[in-house]
Write a protein that binds this ligand. Structure first.
Ligand code: ADP
Length: 326
């Protein structure tokens, strides 16, 4: 649905920020772009809503080209209104209320007042901000995490097909950050939008992405699901990027080792449980005592981790790391 064909961006100082790249993002996909600072992530993202003009190549959305020196099948307003955008710095208008901030694009699209009010109400509820309490407040009366929540739903307000997010949670404290990541995943499951998300944090990418695109020096090094990237990194750069944390066990998430909960098989010995946000390090400590752990999300068992599956995972992973150190 978003297709990049030989896309290059060269800045005026001759800096090539993005170099002849080709790839496609599917409809409804959560696509994370990751890589070190300066590798071209933001440039790539901003070319999608034409905040940055590409130098060569073509970008198509649903088959229609968005750019071209002379031709574009979209007008710029149509394009921007149909693409939500969330930035790292909370860019709410300080003199407007929360409700007014959320209503900006629906207002521009000339929605009816009652429809806008309903939409604002629904969106605030969606991210756990009680509308009666929050609608009339000004941004400076909200915490950083709450403001960012408003930033996220504002991008959804006019029901865009695509949402671009540029390190939206990186300025937040770790607790708000985890909470917002979880909310976003839930939201994505409910609304099934195409999300293009820039991050420099592998743990965040592994947690959120359906697919991850690893970039280096303006080029794509690897695109794959979290599992593919972990199990088959294409080169040392990707291997090192995955293992960038001092403790690799903290990089992987429960999703990589969880297996389905089959009651008949496991119920006799699942007594202990861990939350779905536990690190592998924490799970390993638990598995030293228990054969099998139930993984719970909001008090519901979503799967199990057995000593055997964990050992298998570690064995596979240690081979990869061993090779990387050769
Ligand atoms: P990232 O988001 O991965 O940190 P960017 O897309 O912001 O990377 O930048 C990619 C490269 O392009 C960097 O080397 C950066 O210095 C350069 N760059 C970004 N914006 C401009 C600009 N407006 N003019 C010149 N060079 C730029």
């Amino acid at each position: 649905m978003i297709a990049f064909e030989n896309v290059t961006k060269k800045y005026d100082n001759n800096q090539i920020a993005v170099n002849a790249i080709n790839f496609e993002i599917q409809k409804g996909e959560f696509f994370v772009i990751i890589g070190p600072s300066g590798c071209g992530k933001t440039t790539l993202l901003k070319m999608i809503n034409r905040l940055i003009q590409l130098t060569e190549g073509t970008i198509r959305i649903n088959g229609k080209r968005i750019n071209g020196k002379r031709i574009s099948d979209y007008n710029i307003h149509e394009l921007r209104w149909n693409i939500g955008y969330v930035l790292q710095q909370i860019a709410l208008f300080p003199h407007m209320t929360i409700a007014e901030n959320i209503a900006i694009v629906p207002e521009m699209k000339k929605w009816e007042t009652t429809k806008i009010q309903q939409r604002v109400h629904e969106l605030l509820e969606m991210v756990g901000l009680e509308p009666a309490q929050y609608s009339d407040r000004k941004p400076n009366e909200l915490s950083g995490g709450e403001q960012q929540r408003v930033g996220v739903v504002r991008a959804l307000a006019a029901d865009p097909e695509i949402i671009l997010m540029d390190e939206p949670f990186s300025a937040l404290d770790p607790i708000s950050r985890t909470k917002l990541q979880n909310d976003l995943l839930e939201l994505q499951r409910a609304i099934n939008k195409t999300i293009v998300f820039v991050s420099h944090d592998m743990q965040e990418a592994l947690k959120l992405g359906d697919r991850i695109c690893v970039m280096k020096d303006g080029e794509i090094v690897q695109i794959g699901t979290p599992k593919e990237i972990i199990q088959n990194p294409v080169n040392d750069f990707v291997r090192k990027f995955i293992g960038v944390k001092e403790d690799a066990l903290n990089v992987f998430t429960i999703q990589q080792v969880i297996e389905p909960f089959v009651e008949a098989k496991h119920q006799s010995y699942v007594i202990h449980s861990v939350g779905d946000q536990a690190t592998l390090q924490a799970i390993l400590q638990q598995l030293a005592h228990y054969e099998c752990l139930a993984v719970k999300s909001e008090e519901e068992i979503i799967g199990v981790i057995t000593r055997q599956s964990m050992l298998q995972f570690l064995a596979n992973h240690s081979t990869e790391r061993g090779e990387a150190n050769d």
